[in-house]
Design a protein around this ligand. Structure first.
Ligand code: UGA
Length: 399
């Protein structure tokens, strides 16, 4: 049973379709809708269930802290629906700072009228673009619970998945489970920022940062993953979660120096990309193509995409921006009507005096004679997706 207050989302799921672009999701929804999967806007539907997962958004507030208002409203509605029921496990799936399950969600359930909840916390580590595959084959499953009852129920839910995927299970209390999620994302975001820092040094020396990354990745203690340097990280998770844990740490009286540096470095990468373009062409009054708008390939999500500061930087320079993305154009056009959008990379490149690559979509790797349509074939690649070739002036951000 899936409860959502958005009627369109509910209708889409019940029609066997997915409301977001995520490989493999639509097939699964189509297979189970109307059978093992029902969506509704009616919270009372949870009364027929034993366990409820709260998977509500916890967006960034203006000050970088998480905004728990949606979470609280959802928990209050859940509390109203569960009032009078005496046995129910409520699992917080959303990313929340340590203490939120206990100090924010439990009181909200009580305000709704349900004070008999058994609370648990189960952070999610899937990535957009490979969400279904990551969910089905997790590196770990973290079960945060403060009593045996909650732990048993979560085992009942997760054991089939854990057995199937042969995934390790980590049992913790709820606050530790909440922290594990931030530690995971903070570590990965900082890892990418560190390889970007090293990559920027490599570029100064004329060294290929990817060759360096290949070498250091062979050290098991470093690992080869998340060593792709470039224009930086975006999305709904790394930016929001680093801000939230930095703010939460400061609230506790601690300044997290490395995480702050990771964010600062990430904020600088788009400008570094554009300064490489400046080295070759004065873009004022010129047409410049932005290839890629989503924060990473495989998704139409543009939240915190590096394309946004890149577009802003080009506008500041007086350039006419024409952007292209295989799936995220509609999303960006809604947010940024001030940009011209092309229906193909070819169209975006036509008459452009420069091109910048922001997202590593596979189709960009196949671009070739399309560059001939440019007035001035200067290509600055922020994702190492385009091969250096004769006939174009090519700059890699860190190589
Ligand atoms: C991230 C985490 O990887 C997931 O484990 C976590 O569950 C998720 O956040 C979340 O908190 O919900 P996601 O944001 O979907 O997943 O995407 P990633 O694949 O982690 O990429 C994040 C950003 O880092 C992208 O902009 C990507 O281009 C960038 N990145 C990633 C690099 O620049 N270099 C790399 O080597 C890896």
């Amino acid at each position: 049973m899936n409860v959502d207050i958005d009627q369109d989302t509910v209708d889409t799921i019940n029609a066997g379709e997915a409301s977001i672009h995520e490989p493999g999701l639509e097939e699964r929804i189509a297979e189970h809708a109307g059978d093992r999967l029902h969506a509704t806007t009616d919270y009372d539907a949870v009364r027929e269930t034993d366990v409820t997962f709260l998977a509500l958004p916890t967006p960034s507030a203006e000050d970088g802290r998480i905004d728990t208002s949606i979470m609280q409203a959802g928990a209050e509605s859940l509390g109203e629906a569960l009032a009078g029921k005496d046995d129910h496990v409520v699992v917080v799936k959303s990313t929340v700072v340590p203490g939120t399950t206990e100090d924010v969600v439990a009181p909200a359930l009580e305000r709704g009228g349900f004070d008999d909840a058994t609370l648990a916390m189960n952070p999610e580590f899937l990535r957009e673009g490979s969400a279904v595959a990551d969910f089905l084959d997790p590196d770990k499953v973290v079960l945060g619970a403060d009593d045996d009852r909650a732990l048993e129920d979560m085992h009942a839910v997760f054991d089939p998945l854990v057995d199937h995927a042969d995934a390790p299970v980590v049992e913790t209390d709820t606050r530790t489970a909440e922290m594990v999620k931030y530690a995971n994302n903070g570590f990965l975001a900082a890892k990418v920022s560190l390889i970007n820092d090293i990559g920027n040094i490599c570029k100064e020396y004329g060294i290929d940062a990817y060759e360096v990354a290949d070498a250091i990745g062979l050290d098991d203690r470093i690992s080869e993953q998340f060593l792709r340097s470039g224009v930086g990280w975006g999305g709904s998770c790394f930016p929001k979660d680093t801000s939230a844990i930095i703010s939460a740490a400061k609230d506790e009286g601690y300044d997290p120096a490395v995480l702050e540096a990771a964010v600062e470095l990430n904020d600088r990468q788009p400008e570094r990309l554009l300064s490489l373009l400046d080295d070759h062409v004065d873009v004022a009054g010129e047409r410049v193509a932005v290839l890629g708008l989503s924060f990473k390939p495989g998704t139409d999500d543009i939240r915190n995409s590096r394309a946004v500061p890149v577009i802003d930087g080009l506008h500041d320079r007086g350039a006419d921006v024409v952007a292209y993305d295989p799936v995220a154009t509609e999303e960006m056009a809604e947010k940024r009507p001030d940009v011209e959008y092309a229906v193909s990379a070819r169209e975006a490149l036509e008459g452009a005096s420069g091109a910048v690559v922001v997202t590593d979509w596979d189709e960009f790797a196949a671009l070739d004679e399309e560059f001939d349509a440019m007035t001035e074939p200067v290509v600055v690649d922020g994702r190492r997706i385009i091969e250096r070739r004769d006939g174009i002036t090519y700059e890699g951000l860190t190589w």
